[in-house]
Design a protein around this ligand. Structure first.
Ligand SMILES: NC(=O)c1ccc[n+]([C@@H]2O[C@H](COP(=O)([O-])OP(=O)(O)OC[C@H]3O[C@@H](n4cnc5c(N)ncnc54)[C@H](O)[C@@H]3O)[C@@H](O)[C@H]2O)c1
Length: 354
């Protein structure tokens, strides 16, 4: 039985605490919670009958049996908190986005490596039933060469959402729709289409009074030669409309939509195989909110990886990819130029390819 503790008892802690504290995850249990806001820590601790703390160091020292700490604090604090917790050698789950800068992501990866603890980044949408099915089709080559990938996030986040906490929508602690709400979809696009070569982006504040963008459009060029589009906004009114991904290949096309990448709405291949006709019905789910059901499958995966020493689907290096991609997108917005993700030597002869 793995013993989990939570750092951060805000909005998303409800999802984590209910799964871990109500025995929804096999071989996992909640043993302690912590928040600098003592009232929040107390409320959650009492709800699940576990000790609560105001200070994460005090918690980890007092509760020696903790195996894994889930970091659910504001995005801009993830690096500081993960690096601090790594020194205790506990495994760490960190909410998305893993970090706000590439340097922070690198420091987190190194701190965990140095202290022999595993770092798991929450990307629960990768565990959505239709997403797993699409990835399977891609890996088996059914779509052939991919030439276009699109994600759309059309969600509703009114001003009251941003006003709930002062960190929301700020450059220092959160970022805009791309870093927060759409970071799952940015991750999914790269997960399906492969690494990105360059990006060109525009962002605006359509409705929200925040520092960063609430609406963005991005054109991507992938290393495989394909292109892609990210359309992301939290300015849809009056309610969430869509969270979708479509992948087009030379031999087939797939689209997953719904409001949380939860419904297989298109599944079509030149070469049909048995079971194709049932995929749209069988691989669609109806989650109660935009977080989806993915956190459950995600935690089951984390527990399985730790107990059975398996490779994790979203470790630090994997989580770092979307931090790098999102940084490049913002760089493009600011510079109004296409931004390339990797340094590409033009004159260096090393390796003999030029
Ligand atoms: N995976 C998802 O779908 C999903 C959904 C929502 C939020 N998130 C992510 O979860 C994170 C938290 O979001 P939220 O909406 O719950 O924020 P929130 O503001 O509601 O909660 C953050 C909590 O962390 C606490 N905290 C800050 N510093 C602390 C410290 N040193 N020790 C202990 N507690 C500390 C704050 O007091 C606060 O209660 C963000 O990174 C966000 O992007 C992910």
């Amino acid at each position: 039985m793995l013993k989990f503790a939570l750092v951060g008892c805000g909005r998303i802690s409800k999802r984590h605490s209910e799964l871990l504290g109500l025995n929804q995850i096999k071989n996992a249990t909640l043993v302690a919670v912590c928040d600098i806001d003592e009232e929040k820590a107390k409320k959650l601790g009492e709800q699940f009958s576990v000790p609560y703390y105001k200070d994460m160091d005090e918690m980890v020292r007092a509760e020696q049996a903790i195996d894994v700490v889930s970091v659910l604090t504001e995005s801009g604090f993830h690096a500081e908190h993960v690096i601090n917790l790594a020194k205790y050698g506990k495994h760490i789950v960190v909410e998305k986005p893993m970090a706000l800068t590439i340097d922070d992501a690198d420091d987190m990866i190194m701190a965990c490596q140095k202290n022999n603890c595993r770092l798991f980044v929450v990307k629960q949408n990768r565990f959505n039933v239709p997403v797993i099915k699409l990835k399977e089709a891609l890996d088996s080559g059914r779509l052939g060469r991919l030439f276009m990938g699109t994600v759309r996030v059309r969600w509703c986040r009114p001003q009251e959402y941003y006003d709930q906490a002062p960190w929301r929508g700020t450059w220092a602690m959160d970022g805009g729709v791309l870093t927060n709400q759409a970071s799952h979809h940015v991750d999914l696009l790269e997960y399906m289409m492969g690494r990105v070569d360059s990006v060109y982006a525009k962002g605006i504040k359509a409705l929200a009074d925040i520092e960063a963008e609430d609406t963005a459009a991005v054109i991507l060029k992938f290393r495989n030669g394909g292109i892609g589009i990210i359309e992301a906004t939290t300015a849809i009114r009056p309610e969430d409309l869509e969270g979708s991904i479509s992948i087009l290949g030379e031999k087939g096309s797939v689209e997953i939509a719904g409001f949380a990448v939860n419904k297989m709405v298109h599944w079509n291949f030149q070469e049909k195989i048995e079971g194709d006709d049932e995929v749209m019905e069988k691989y669609s789910v109806n989650p109660p909110n935009v977080y989806g059901f993915g956190h459950q499958a995600y935690y089951e995966h984390v527990v399985d990886c730790i107990l059975n020493n398996k490779e994790h689907l979203v470790d630090g290096l994997e989580g770092r990819k979307s931090v790098e991609l999102i940084s490049a997108i913002y760089e493009s917005m600011e510079t109004r130029k296409e931004v390339f993700l990797r340094f590409k030597p033009q004159y260096c002869k090393l390796g003999g390819r030029l």
